[in-house]
Design a protein around this ligand. Sequence first.
Ligand SMILES: N[C@@H](CCC(=O)N[C@@H](CS)C(=O)NCC(=O)O)C(=O)O
Ligand SMILES: N[C@@H](CCC(=O)N[C@@H](CS)C(=O)NCC(=O)O)C(=O)O
Ligand code: FES
Lengths: 104, 104
Amino acid sequence: SRLEDSVRKTVSDNPVVVYSKTWCSYSSEVKALFKRIGVEPTVVELDELGPQGPQIQKVLERLTGQHTVPNVFIGGKHIGGCTDTVKLYRQGELEPLLAEANGT
Amino acid sequence: SRLEDSVRKTVSDNPVVVYSKTWCSYSSEVKALFKRIGVEPTVVELDELGPQGPQIQKVLERLTGQHTVPNVFIGGKHIGGCTDTVKLYRQGELEPLLAEANGT
Ligand SMILES: N[C@@H](CCC(=O)N[C@@H](CS)C(=O)NCC(=O)O)C(=O)O
Ligand SMILES: N[C@@H](CCC(=O)N[C@@H](CS)C(=O)NCC(=O)O)C(=O)O
Ligand code: FES
């Protein structure tokens, strides 16, 4: 679908993408983590898109099997949610993914 | 109001009360903390009460100044949200509050 194509394009055109909701603390936490390590993700606030928000969430669920927020992609790859991203960071595995996504 | 009276009654009649939303991870985290330390809070899931949910949230905002979830009370006293409760626990200050609330 048109919406699916646009989600695929967002995810492949940007090194780091976070699908979020403005009032969700887990979404805020993952955005804050990226900020702390000097990364500026592309953030899509699903609750600010009107009816497209839930539609994009359905597309994300089809593409990733994950209906929850935050939904994180790095270098076009689906990473998961907040706990997944924080775990990768703690294990030292987030930085290499970010470096690869930024082509460095 | 009638609703305000019922919230005041819930909070004073039960040693530990958590106003929560079922799909919110911060609400889940604070419920899990209580479970880990063997406490069974009275949980009110605001998203399962139909139109009363947002009305109770407004009452909580009037009574506590806090419109967010989770909203935690111990021994009739307003504690705050997830980060506040976890902080008290880490500082060893949660247990004394719980003991006092349970009259032990
Ligand atoms: N472990 C996941 C939890 C994600 C999660 O449960 N997100 C909640 C908001 S905090 C959500 O999207 N809930 C909607 C639902 O469960 O339908 C993570 O760290 O991202
Ligand atoms: N630091 C607070 C954060 C509470 C918070 O922002 N809760 C969010 C859900 S995770 C909320 O109720 N958002 C609704 C809003 O901001 O209007 C806590 O630890 O409880
Ligand atoms: S909605 Fe509460 S942590 Fe996401």
